[in-house]
Design a protein around this ligand. Structure first.
Ligand code: IPD
Ligand code: CA
Length: 265
């Protein structure tokens, strides 16, 4: 956990600096996940990888540099140096860094995680079986249990038109719709009960954007499944893409899944 905190602090120093200069936003290549890499992504990732060296023999899956280390190592660190890179590029103050550590090869075996809001410095941590915290204080997901009362997050960026149409009844039934452009941090908002639920049914989510916040949400009491209600079990690699639904509590989750039933997600 100490290493995760240290890595997140080192990323904070990078983005504090890079956000002040045009060079920090310059495109410097294409990352292993296929998206463009900006200088801040590259430099933030370097800090994380250097910090993780002291963790010994681990496998790393990271958005820009790709998959590294022994594929049979006991632990895999799943890294998104900056989630919300497009927000960073434009100067929109909503982006974070995320690291999730999994024992073995299944997301269900996530052990510990950090997500740090790189604007406020708010730091979310989770350890398997020990709950989730924000800046050292326990957090819990929402008890709002009706869609009609729910603040709903939905990622529809670059979604197919049919997907947007299929989501419409859920959106129309909810109290408020929000979307900020950094999935990991939005899932942390669900973890602390500021958002009541978040849906991403585009089939575009990658493990790097998700693993850290997934454990934080679970440990905070949120229900997180595939859009059809099945257990989420995405491979821990950069190729696989998936969708998910996260809700503050079981009752709200069931109602949301009811809206999605019969759709193509
Ligand atoms: C992106 C953000 C965004 C989501 C994209 C992701 P990145 O991650 O999480 O909210 O809509 O699908 O790729 O590229 O900023 O790490
Ligand atoms: Ca990223």
């Amino acid at each position: 956990m100490k290493l995760l905190l240290e890595a997140a602090e080192r990323v904070q120093a990078v983005t504090d600096r890079a956000s002040q200069a045009a060079e920090g936003r310059a495109v410097v290549g294409i990352g292993a996940s296929g998206d463009k890499t900006i200088a801040a992504d590259r430099d933030a990732e370097k800090e994380i990888l250097e910090t993780l060296k002291s963790a010994g023999d681990i496998r790393v899956v990271s958005e820009e540099a790709g998959e590294m280390g022994d594929p049979n190592a006991e632990f895999t660190a799943i890294v998104d140096p900056i989630d919300g890179s497009a927000n960073f590029e434009r100067g929109i103050p909503f982006y974070c860094t995320s690291i999730g550590v999994v024992r073995g090869h299944r997301l269900a075996d996530a052990e510990c995680a950090v997500v740090r809001n790189l604007i406020s410095g708010d730091t979310y941590l989770a350890e398997r079986g020990k709950g989730a915290t924000k800046n050292g204080k326990k957090i819990a997901s929402s008890m709002v249990d009706q869609v009609a009362k729910a603040f709903l997050g939905a990622d529809i960026s670059r979604a197919k038109a049919e997907t947007v149409v299929e989501l419409a009844p859920l959106v129309a039934a909810s109290r408020r719709l929000l979307h900020y452009g950094a999935n990991a941090l939005e899932l942390c908002l669900v973890s602390e009960g500021l958002l009541d639920a978040f849906v991403d049914v585009r089939g575009k989510m990658r493990i790097v954007d998700f693993a850290g916040a997934y454990l934080i949400a679970k440990e905070a009491g949120a229900i997180v499944t595939a859009p059809d209600g099945r257990v989420l079990d995405p491979p821990l690699d950069l190729k696989s893409k998936f969708g998910y639904v996260a809700s503050g509590n079981e009752k709200l989750h069931r109602e949301i899944l009811g809206f999605l039933r019969g759709s193509s997600f």
